[in-house]
Design a protein around this ligand. Structure first.
Ligand code: F6R
Length: 618
């Protein structure tokens, strides 16, 4: 994880670095730092805590210069403190480096360098980069970096500078993202595009193994063999306003409210008449016709989208689908081969385990399709085919709009696959029509929670009081069946992530096999009981919970009268849609419930403790 940035040009660099880092804070936020090169001197300022601590410090005592690098950290080796924060320097402050990734053989390198007389200050793996580059330096920083990375095992995106080379920044990447931004008389390096979007929309994605040499406005790129190469420049279409809060208190709330538009855009772009088109999908139709099964691989929220994808794909294509978390798949000798289509789902496109799973699947002869949000990300580039969710930048650590966008794409892909294989079902005729109604229905749900009579805010307030009255000892259970079962997992994950309240998701049919033991007046039980084949069974589950003194929040369909006969404590309603399409709507109030509970607790919703948006380490 961690975010890095570099700048060389004519502007005052510290402001550019800090602003860029503020757009990368989603990648880590336990400490931050910058290094500025001016008058043959490297000056470093780094601080434990959020970026605001560093920003305030720089306001008090500015550092001036026109070339610099910066870092926002998510600790892997060494606790968050000023010393472990980046940038790191060699003993003489000749070299400064920022690093995102993990150096697996750092102990060995450190021991060798210590024997040569290098003193280490921090507990990080990253510090070895600074000393190693210094050790390999013979008057040319680019050459020193080239030599150094040959000794490194692990993942990295780095930016380095040397005090004797006043306009130069060298970058390199292996399995951690890095982009170059090209402006007028200035160049940038960054982990992600939002960091530089204020200054340029012309971006170059750096390939694994590449080394980048930025000198003023000139950018040269070398591949892993040291050959000079040209990489395509891409024009970014979206605007920086999309990466800003736009009047919402938190990015998470903004992103929840963006969902109707995201869904609308996806359907508008992909549904052409009675067909679905994916212009970027390059997996041959012959291959899709021949597959015998599908494996969906992902982590966290994307995994939950994958679980829902299983229900959707199996129903509409009758192809067997299994779903795995990437970290399990990659290490368990998975049974995939030429007849398996492997679908990896990832918002960031950089999740280390998902990337490794993708490579594992490819090495076993499977074709891999990626469903990704971030354009040009490692997963998108390494897959055989990609479908972009085009949900725009997702900044809040807790994923919301990326999830519903992934679901939308999985519906469309199921339809597309059934069409390609010529096995569309009779009921498919209404499939696209139903999908196209979803954005308006999602909008309708959200409208109710933009008013002063926001019942979710009220429920959240009551839960907060209840929790405090019980000495912080309450929890949540989420129950659902069939295609909404993954939403039970996702609802629980959202709550855990941002409010630190213990929450579990279960298939409701499993309740009697364990979770029912938890039921007394303590846990709040969210029951997803929308119109469905298993509706009556959900009602029985609710009765069983009520009979044991449990407190129920029921999610039901508008117009449901039966639920009135059961004395549920809280009721949240969603518009009527066929069961198969309900997950996209049901998740919206669950996201909001988690949000409002976290807001009641006063937590830092966009940057919850210990988490990072992009998990680029195992
Ligand atoms: C949860 C969340 C994480 C991610 C997971 C996978 O709100 O954001 O669970 O879903 O880390 O990330 P991507 O989708 O980037 O591979």
């Amino acid at each position: 994880m961690c975010g890095i940035i570099g700048y060389t040009g004519k502007k005052e660099v510290s402001k550019i670095l800090v602003k860029g880092l503020s757009r990368l804070e989603y990648r880590g936020y336990d400490s931050a730092g910058i290094a500025v090169l001016a008058k043959e001197k490297i000056r470093i300022r780094k601080k434990k805590g959020k970026l605001s601590v560093l920003r305030d410090d720089l306001k008090r005592v500015p550092i001036e210069g026109h070339v610099g690098i910066g870092h926002t950290r998510w600790a892997t080796h060494g606790v968050p403190n000023d010393v472990n924060a980046h940038p790191h320097a060699d003993g003489e402050h000749s070299v400064a480096v920022v690093h995102n990734g993990i150096i697996e053989n750092y102990r060995e390198i450190k021991e060798n360098l210590k024997k040569k007389g290098y003193d280490f200050l921090s507990d990080t793996d990253s510090e070895v980069f600074a000393h190693l580059i210094s050790d390999n330096y013979n008057g040319d920083l680019c050459e020193a970096v080239k030599t150094s990375i040959k000794e490194i095992k692990g993942s990295y995106a780095i930016a380095a500078m040397h005090k004797n080379e006043p306009d130069r920044i060298i970058g390199a990447r292996m399995d951690s993202p890095l982009v170059v931004g090209v402006g007028e008389d200035e160049t940038f390096l960054a982990s992600d595009i939002p960091a530089i979007l204020d200054y340029t929309k012309d971006v170059i994605y750096i390939e694994n193994g590449d080394i980048v040499d930025l000198s003023g406005n000139v950018c040269s790129i070398y591949d892993s063999d040291g050959q000079k190469v040209e990489r395509d420049m891409v024009k970014i279409k979206w605007d920086i306003s999309q990466a800003e809060k736009g009047g919402y208190k938190h990015f998470m709330l903004k992103e929840i409210f963006e969902q109707p538009k995201v869904l609308h855009d996806i359907f508008k772009e992909r549904i052409i008449g009675d067909s679905v088109a994916f212009e970027e999908l390059v997996i041959d139709e012959g291959v899709l016709k021949g597959i015998k099964n599908i494996a969906i691989i992902a982590c966290g929220t994307a995994y939950h989208a994958g679980l829902t994808g299983k229900y959707i794909l199996e129903k509409h294509t009758r192809i067997p689908v299994w779903v795995d978390t990437s970290s399990e798949f990659r290490y368990r000798d998975p049974l995939v081969g030429e007849n398996t289509l492997v679908v990896v789902v990832s918002q960031s496109g950089e999740t280390a385990d998902t990337l490794a799973a993708l490579r594992e699947a490819k090495s076993r002869g499977s074709k891999v399709l990626a469903i990704c949000n971030v354009l040009g990300s490692s997963i998108a580039r390494e897959a055989d085919g990609v479908i972009y969710t085009h949900a725009g930048p997702e900044i809040a650590v807790a994923s919301t709009k990326a999830y519903t966008a992934q679901l939308a794409i999985l519906y469309l892909f199921a339809y597309y696959l059934a069409e390609v294989r010529g096995d569309s079902q009779e009921h498919d005729k209404n499939f696209l029509k139903e999908l196209k109604k979803l954005p308006a229905s999602a909008e309708k749900i959200l409208r109710q929670y933009h008013t002063d009579e926001n019942i979710l805010e009220k429920y959240a307030g009551e839960f907060h009081e209840y929790y405090l009255a019980r000495n912080n000892k309450s929890c949540f259970l989420y129950l659902a069946r069939n295609v909404n079962y993954p939403n039970a997992l996702e609802g629980a994950l959202k709550l855990k992530e941002i409010s630190y309240v213990s929450a579990e998701g279960y298939p409701a049919g499993e309740m009697k096999h364990g979770p029912i033991a938890l039921i007394d007046e303590n846990p709040w039980v969210v029951c997803i009981a929308v119109e469905a084949d298993t509706y009556e069974k959900m009602l029985s589950n609710i009765q069983e919970i009520k009979a044991r003194g449990g407190l129920v929040i029921a999610i039901t369909t508008e117009g449901d009268t039966e639920i009135k006969g059961i004395d549920v404590n809280y009721n949240i309603r969603v518009p009527r849609v066929p069961e198969m399409f309900s997950p996209i709507l049901v998740i919206v109030p669950l996201q909001l419930l988690a949000y409002f509970i976290a807001a009641e607790f006063g937590y830092d919703i966009d940057q919850p403790r210990n988490l990072a948006k992009s998990v680029t380490v195992e």
